[in-house]
Design a protein around this ligand. Structure first.
Ligand code: RTP
Ligand code: MG
Length: 140
C-alpha cells in the first residue's frame, strides 16, 4: 500500500474543550503522522470556500457559523492509505452512528459539532491541503 496524504481539521467544538492533543493522539495511534499543523481562526469567506460543495445543503449556513465560532487546527496527515485510515478513525458523521473507539464516538457533541473533518478522497485531499498550506509548511 502506498504512503499518501490527507487533510484534517480539528473543529471548534474540540479546540474549545482542549481536545487538540487527545484527537491528535487518536490520529497518531491510527498510524497517521502529522506532517503539517497550524491553529487558525477561519474567516467566513474561507469557511464558505472550503465547504462550497455543500452550499446548496440546508445545513450550510449553520456549518459555516460553527466552523468560524472558534479556532480550528488544520493538519496534513501522512500514512498508508491515509484518506481511508483517517475516515476510519473519525467514525460516522453523526456520533450516534459512530463505531466504538472512533474520534466522533468518543468526542463529538452532535452531527454538526463532530470534532473533526477529514478529506473524502485523494483528489479532494490535494485540493484541501493546497487551500490551507504552502508546500514549504509540510515536512514529511
Ligand atoms: P467532514 O466533511 O467534516 O469530514 O464530515 P463528513 O464527510 O462526515 O460529512 P459531510 O456530509 O461532508 O458534512 C460536512 C459537515 O457538515 C456538518 N453537517 N451537519 N446538520 C446536519 O444535518 C449536518 N450534516 C452534516 C458536519 O459538521 C459534517 O461533518
Ligand atoms: Mg465531508
Amino acid at each position: 500500500m502506498a504512503v499518501t496524504r490527507t487533510f484534517s481539521i480539528i473543529k471548534p467544538d474540540a479546540t474549545r474543550r482542549n481536545l487538540t492533543g487527545a484527537v491528535t493522539k487518536k490520529l497518531e495511534d491510527a498510524g497517521l503522522r502529522v506532517v503539517a499543523s497550524k491553529r487558525i481562526q477561519m474567516t467566513k469567506e474561507q469557511a464558505e470556500g472550503f465547504y462550497a460543495v455543500h452550499s446548496e445543503r440546508p445545513f450550510f449556513n449553520d456549518l459555516v457559523s460553527f466552523m468560524i465560532s472558534g479556532p480550528v487546527v488544520v493538519q496534513v496527515l501522512e500514512g498508508e492509505n491515509a484518506v481511508k485510515a483517517n475516515r476510519d478513525v473519525m467514525g460516522a458523521t453523526n456520533p450516534a452512528d459512530a463505531a466504538e473507539g472512533t474520534i466522533r464516538k468518543e468526542f463529538a457533541e452532535s452531527i454538526e459539532a463532530n470534532s473533526v473533518h477529514g478529506s473524502d478522497s485523494e483528489e479532494n485531499a490535494k485540493i484541501e491541503i493546497d487551500y490551507f498550506f504552502k508546500a514549504d509548511e509540510i515536512v514529511g
